[in-house]
Design a protein around this ligand. Structure first.
Ligand SMILES: [Zn+2]
Length: 141
């Protein structure tokens, strides 16, 4: 989670939305990323998507041994990617400021750990206060 938070802060320093994610395979980080919608003018580069993209193409068997860490509860798009590739475990920094598609993940037998980490919560709440329009755009509102 520390690496995911580092990614989120990197995004914030770039003028982006502070959400970070890392893909971990057998204890080793194989992909890291952060939300780059603002930086790249992208419609799909949420933190989780960026981490998956940066990990590159992987065999299906590898995803099934991975854990995805993300600083914020995954939205329906990122949840779709998690389910598509069969990632069995997701560690979530917080779901207080935004509740993603956790019910769908649970219903699909993905193991979830929600840390409700103070740093993750503060980072998101401060950003949303300062940039409500950017945030609403990120979640399709
Ligand atoms: Zn997302």
């Amino acid at each position: 989670m520390k690496a995911a938070i580092e990614e989120a802060l990197k995004g914030l320093n770039e003028g982006g939305i502070p959400i970070g994610s890392v893909l971990v395979h057998k204890g080793e980080i194989i992909g890291r990323g952060h939300n780059r919608r603002v930086q790249k003018g992208s419609v799909i580069l949420h933190g989780e998507m960026d981490a998956l993209e940066n990990a590159g193409r992987l065999p299906a068997a590898t995803y099934r041994e991975c854990v995805l860490y993300t600083t914020l509860s995954p939205c329906p798009m990122c949840t779709g990617a998690i389910l598509l590739y069969g990632i069995p475990k997701v560690v979530i920094g917080e779901n207080q400021t935004f509740m993603g598609a956790e019910e769908l993940l649970k219903a699909s037998n993905v193991e979830l750990t929600v840390e409700n980490d103070k740093e993750c919560i503060e980072m998101m709440q401060t950003f949303i206060q300062q940039h409500p329009v950017l945030w609403n755009e990120d979640i399709g509102e």
